[in-house]
Ligand binder design. Sequence first.
Ligand SMILES: *[C@@H]1O[C@H](CO)[C@@H](O)[C@H](O)[C@H]1NC(C)=O
Ligand SMILES: *[C@@H]1O[C@H](CO)[C@@H](O)[C@H](O)[C@H]1NC(C)=O
Ligand SMILES: *[C@@H]1O[C@H](CO)[C@@H](O)[C@H](O)[C@H]1NC(C)=O
Ligand SMILES: *[C@@H]1O[C@H](CO)[C@@H](O)[C@H](O)[C@H]1NC(C)=O
Length: 181
Amino acid sequence: MKMIVKLQPRVFLIIIQTFLVTVTAQINLVLNGTAAQETTYIDGAGIAYNANLAIEGPANNNWGDGCSSTADNQSKTWWGFFLPKLVYISRVNIYLRNDVPARMNDFRLYLANGSIYSQSELCYRDRLKQSYYNLNQSIDCDNSPTKNVYFFNRNGMNTFIELCYIEIYELILTFLSKNRF
Ligand SMILES: *[C@@H]1O[C@H](CO)[C@@H](O)[C@H](O)[C@H]1NC(C)=O
Ligand SMILES: *[C@@H]1O[C@H](CO)[C@@H](O)[C@H](O)[C@H]1NC(C)=O
Ligand SMILES: *[C@@H]1O[C@H](CO)[C@@H](O)[C@H](O)[C@H]1NC(C)=O
Ligand SMILES: *[C@@H]1O[C@H](CO)[C@@H](O)[C@H](O)[C@H]1NC(C)=O
């Protein structure tokens, strides 16, 4: 009986170490979408305080420089921002008006794919009159990706959403893999 010995090809063992480097960036998307609100306040001179005023700036707390406002006499109301595609919204900064900040007390911030009443997830609810005490607020969200951002309030009597400026940040994670032999 003949033994056939096959020579195994030499095996080279290469140890590769892979490093994942995470790079994060926060991008303000406020110019990437459109704004709307349930109702719009129009003052005695006929000036309308449109939803757009919240995304146009400037970033301060002055009503005279342009703030969005929903109409008087609403028992519940919303302001919304609509993006063309799904994004991870990681942070929302708001600048509230300094003359009547308490109107925003108890607001809710929702992230949604549909209307505020469907396909929405709560990111934050203002409690303990934070709007009255903090005109500039930075709110972190840890939700799934969404297309829409809503501010909502209700008090059954006379409630408003008023935003002098808003920044809506997308979290960008970039994974750079580096191999070392
Ligand atoms: C936002 O707009 C910028 C500039 O047009 C664009 O590069 C970016 O991809 C947009 N981001 C989203 C999430 O739409
Ligand atoms: C809110 O931020 C704006 C812009 O940085 C600043 O001018 C304003 O003083 C801040 N308001 C408060 C109450 O700190
Ligand atoms: C708000 O409601 C009150 C009470 O019904 C009414 O007197 C007032 O005119 C209303 N204001 C506006 C701006 O509609
Ligand atoms: C929005 O849609 C995305 C993709 O289907 C999903 O992952 C996310 O959970 C949805 N968010 C909400 C608030 O429904």
